[in-house]
Write a protein that binds this ligand. Structure first.
Ligand SMILES: Cc1cc2nc3c(=O)[nH]c(=O)nc-3n(C[C@H](O)[C@H](O)[C@H](O)COP(=O)(O)O)c2cc1C
Length: 171
């Protein structure tokens, strides 16, 4: 297996539309004892308060949210889509509240306070910079409200300051 090398944000070539929206990512966090991760296809990358950042949206009901809230950071990881399609589907359906998803998915955890995965092609490690609840009153699209929030379960947006970007060269 290829090993990771660090790249600077300026040298990181990535389409967030493809990597997040089409290929999907894992969001992972740890409370110091437990590690969990979930699939996500909403989010972004950009700049806030002069810092390079990742933006993620996590619903109140997610177990991963509990771990993000008890931690100082989180990671987002990107995988070879074809090879890991089954894993990404599973991590987006099962909950770490009920089972050890990481063991079941055969993922190997790396890192310390901010966990990431050996099998990933790219890992972005972040410190939490901001958490913003996105309540009903802030959602200006009636279509989004009725389509995505028929039962509430609103998202929190987390802004993570990028501390490290690790990439593997394609195999
Ligand atoms: C393609 C895909 C994209 C998803 N995107 C998000 C997302 O951006 N935010 C979110 O809260 N849940 C998202 N989910 C749902 C979570 O991954 C799913 O509810 C997961 O089981 C939560 O796991 P957890 O309870 O272990 O945290 C997505 C699921 C899939 C399959």
């Amino acid at each position: 297996m290829n090993s990771f090398r660090e790249v600077t944000p300026d040298n990181f070539i990535c389409s967030p539309f493809k990597s997040i929206g089409s290929d999907w990512m894992l969001i992972a966090a740890s409370d110091g004892e437990r590690v969990n991760a979930m699939t996500a296809s909403w989010g972004g990358m950009g700049v806030l308060w002069g810092k390079n950042c990742v933006f993620i949206f996590v619903r109140e009901s997610r177990f991963t949210k509990e771990l993000i809230d008890s931690s100082n950071g989180f990671s987002v990881t990107f995988f070879d889509r074809e090879k890991y399609a089954g894993m990404l589907g599973y991590m987006g359906k099962a909950s770490g509240r009920n089972e050890d998803k990481i063991a079941s998915a055969g993922l190997t955890v790396l890192g310390g306070d901010v966990p990431y995965f050996e099998q990933a092609q790219t890992a972005i490690l972040c410190d939490k910079l901001c958490r913003l609840n996105v309540p009903k009153e802030c959602i200006l699209s009636d279509e989004a409200l009725s389509r995505y929030y028929p039962n509430g379960d609103y998202h929190d947006m987390y802004v993570g300051e990028i501390k490290k970007i690790l990439v593997k060269d394609s195999e």
